[in-house]
Design a protein around this ligand. Structure first.
Ligand SMILES: [Zn+2]
Length: 89
């Protein structure tokens, strides 16, 4: 499909497991559709999808609860990461 960002016919719909919010309002949503582009790498959610996510966020206590492992990433010295940022910029 045509990419809304770069105009190339390289966009496609994929599904992902995505975290929204943070802290006590953190929610993990599986199977979220998004448009991804092979050319420019943009990732876009449709307005309908974002509306559904907002509805989920507004009713967190009504959602099924699942105990899952979680962690907050701890930064370490990572020269490769800094180099990758220089390459992208
Ligand atoms: Zn694109």
């Amino acid at each position: 499909m045509k990419c809304a960002n770069c105009g190339e016919p390289t966009a496609y719909i994929s599904r992902s497991t995505t975290a929204f919010g943070e802290g006590d309002n953190l929610i993990i949503v599986e199977n979220v559709p998004l448009v991804t582009c092979r050319e420019c790498a943009i990732e876009l959610y449709s307005a309908v999808t974002l509306g559904q996510i907002e509805q989920l966020e507004a009713h967190l206590t009504d959602l099924p609860q699942r105990s899952i492992p979680y962690a907050t990433f701890q930064d370490q010295e990572d020269p490769a990461l800094a180099h990758m940022a220089e390459v992208v910029v």
